[in-house]
Design a protein around this ligand. Sequence first.
Ligand code: AN0
Ligand code: CP
Length: 317
Amino acid sequence: MRNFTSVNDIESIKRAIENAKYVKENPFADQHLGKNKTIMLIFFNSSLRTRLSTQKAALNLGMNAIVLDINQGAWKLETERGVIMDGDKSEHILEAIPVIGSYCDIIGVRSFAKFEKKSDDYEEVIINQFIKYSGRPVISLESATVHPLQSYADLITIEEYKKCEKPKVVLTWAPHPKSLPQAVANSFSEWMNRTDYEFVITHPKGYELDEKFVQGARVEYDQEKAFEGADFIYAKNWSVYQDPNYGKILCNDPDWTVDSRKMSLTNNAYFMHCLPVRRNMIVTDEVIESQQSIVIPEAANRVVSAQAVIKEILLGL
Ligand code: AN0
Ligand code: CP
């Protein structure tokens, strides 16, 4: 594996699950692989899990990990080519990227959708510039449209908890006060579509995701109907994808909050969320604190997915 920016970079789902299992059972078996190697983790946006779990994964592999928050202490970066840089941006990303690349062996980048120009977000302009100009393998720590390390950890978690071969997995939209990217939902969809699970997406009308990620999965506008018989409920908010409201909030209907009554319609489903989660907006205290909530083991598996990915890249260096 050279880069890891979406599900398309993995050979097969089966192999990915096996690799993760090995890494989880033998976290320190590959310390030699990362000796004298450095990973640089570049954050354009906030993070708790990705920042910590990716560093931990690198340390487990014997690597050095260096973290940079671009917005705290680095120069403000211009990302458009051709602009006269007479404003507040001191450095161009086209110099910054190869400089970062010259200091490390692998780069991780977090750069969310900016909601300024939909085509820039959906063409993944920022992470693609890192791939093009850094000379290093690049790992997505959540790009504009996908969050593959999260989805990989979600897959590992479902594999660990599922009680039947083909569980019913439901991705449900839930309300949130701010405009959030579609990345987690897009990514979860494209990973679920690679499995043989029964996969259903439910959201209010107007929140349709890009068909590139939905890939014909069943979309059910009635949340309660979608929940019937579910084995896993995966909650996430996202803002509007469709024009002309790209990046906007259409409704914040509290009826969509995941609560105990809705969970009782399921097949005693597990509750999942990538975190951070807003309690009593996305999910009630009762559900997230219940026996069926697996958000903590899900987050713990972020170390496993990151380690499996970094290991594969190290093997190819
Ligand atoms: C981000 C998002 O929705 O993409 C990160 C989730 C992992 N969430 C927030 O900004 C709250
Ligand atoms: N789930 C996730 O990526 O969390 P952070 O934004 O805290 O990294």
